[in-house]
Design a protein around this ligand. Structure first.
Ligand SMILES: [Zn+2]
Ligand SMILES: [Zn+2]
Length: 367
């Protein structure tokens, strides 16, 4: 085993440096992950160009790998051994609070980097914090005792397992949070990896109408949406989306509107509100905006709309996502569209949200 670990470190806005770190000691209750695939998502694009903290950070928060070293206590407690392939959630919870006890590690203060300067979250934590290896754009990642791990089913390749995060978000947001189910009518705005994962989750749950919106540069992505089960795709640059949604739903509107867009301002929220059925629909928001001029409060109340916030995934949604990925009913290879080696980390992040061909980018630290 090599004595040093190479990692791609974000050292400033749009700036990556390759650094060598010492191979960490692994305490009895911890483990070391040999990273096989680090998925890249829209959040990486955002935080690469506008880093939320000034410290150097090893990014990469959607990580699949093989356990390279595991302490005795870790093996006993976790039922995992060296050689096992796992998915590491990026949330590193306290395991004690109400949220952690119910599998919502995502909501724990111990992993809330916005509110807690000592928080640990893979892909978001300063390299100043020992033993430094807290992100997936690295050959190895340190797994503290309280990391949240899921064993990857044997039939899945690392690359396919690499889309478990968006897929878990699909299950969490559409099914758990917005109650999409049998014969639901759903609007998914944005056909990126996140939107496409919502399509898969909704289709599997029995939704009868799945409408996906995109722009002119989303041509190939909208095609994939159709292949995965969208009943109608709308290019918002070419047709009026609200007219098309009402047409597709016989004038009634949808039960659930999910926002999976990036950088579209207030437009998706406003369209979602209009597209929902007359009373009682559910709107999922991303909350990218800090301000929302003329927010249509009265309309929200009048239409009796429930607003849900996209906040990652809980433990159960990850377990279900891994099982869903073993399904032969969907051609998931359409989602895992691009792969890059560690030396091309900068290019890999820039590729996400670039051309319409790119859906999901896998970073492979050993290539
Ligand atoms: Zn992500
Ligand atoms: Zn907790």
């Amino acid at each position: 085993m090599v004595e040093t670990v190479t990692a791609a470190v974000r050292v400033g806005a749009n700036k990556t440096e390759f650094r060598e770190f010492q191979m960490p000691d692994v305490p009895e209750d911890c483990a070391l992950l040999k990273v096989e695939v680090a998925g890249i998502c829209g959040t990486d694009v955002k935080f690469y160009s506008k880093p939320p903290i000034a410290d150097p950070v090893i990014m990469g928060h959607e990580n699949i790998g093989v356990i390279a070293k595991a302490g005795k206590t870790f093996q006993q407690r976790r039922g995992l051994k060296e050689g096992d392939r796992v998915f590491a959630e990026h949330y590193v919870g306290c395991w004690n609070c109400d949220h952690c006890q119910s599998g919502d590690f995502r909501l724990c203060i111990a992993t809330d980097w916005r509110r807690n300067p000592d928080a640990i979250r893979f892909g978001y934590t300063s390299t100043e914090k020992e033993p430094h290896l807290y992100g997936g754009f690295s050959q190895y990642m340190f797994l503290p005792w309280n990391s949240v791990l899921h064993k990857v089913p044997d039939v899945l390749t690392a690359e396919l397992a690499g889309i478990v995060t968006p897929m878990a978000n699909g299950i969490q947001w559409a099914l758990f949070d917005c109650n999409v189910g049998f014969l639901s009518k759903v609007l998914v705005q944005g056909p990126g990896q996140q939107g496409l994962s919502q399509v898969v989750a909704c289709k599997q749950a029995g939704a009868s109408t799945i409408i996906v919106t995109g722009t002119s540069r989303d041509g190939p992505r909208l095609e994939v949406a159709k292949m995965l089960g969208a009943t109608r795709v709308i290019n918002v640059d070419e047709e009026d989306p609200l007219d098309a949604i009402l047409d597709e739903t016989g004038g009634f509107g949808v039960d659930v509107a999910l926002d999976c867009t990036a950088g579209a301002g207030t437009i998706p929220t406003l369209l979602g509100i209009e597209a929902l059925k007359r009373k009682g629909g559910t709107l999922l928001i991303q909350g990218e905006l800090t301000e929302f001029p003329s927010f249509p409060f009265a309309k929200i109340a009048n239409k009796y709309i429930t607003i849900k916030s996209a906040r990652g995934h809980n433990f159960e949604s990850c377990e279900q996502a891994l099982e869903l990925l073993t399904s032969k009913d969907f051609d998931f290879s359409k989602i895992t569209s691009h792969r890059f080696g560690l030396s091309d980390t900068h290019e890999a992040i820039k590729a996400v949200g670039g051309s319409g061909e790119v859906i999901h980018v896998s970073l492979l630290p050993w290539e």
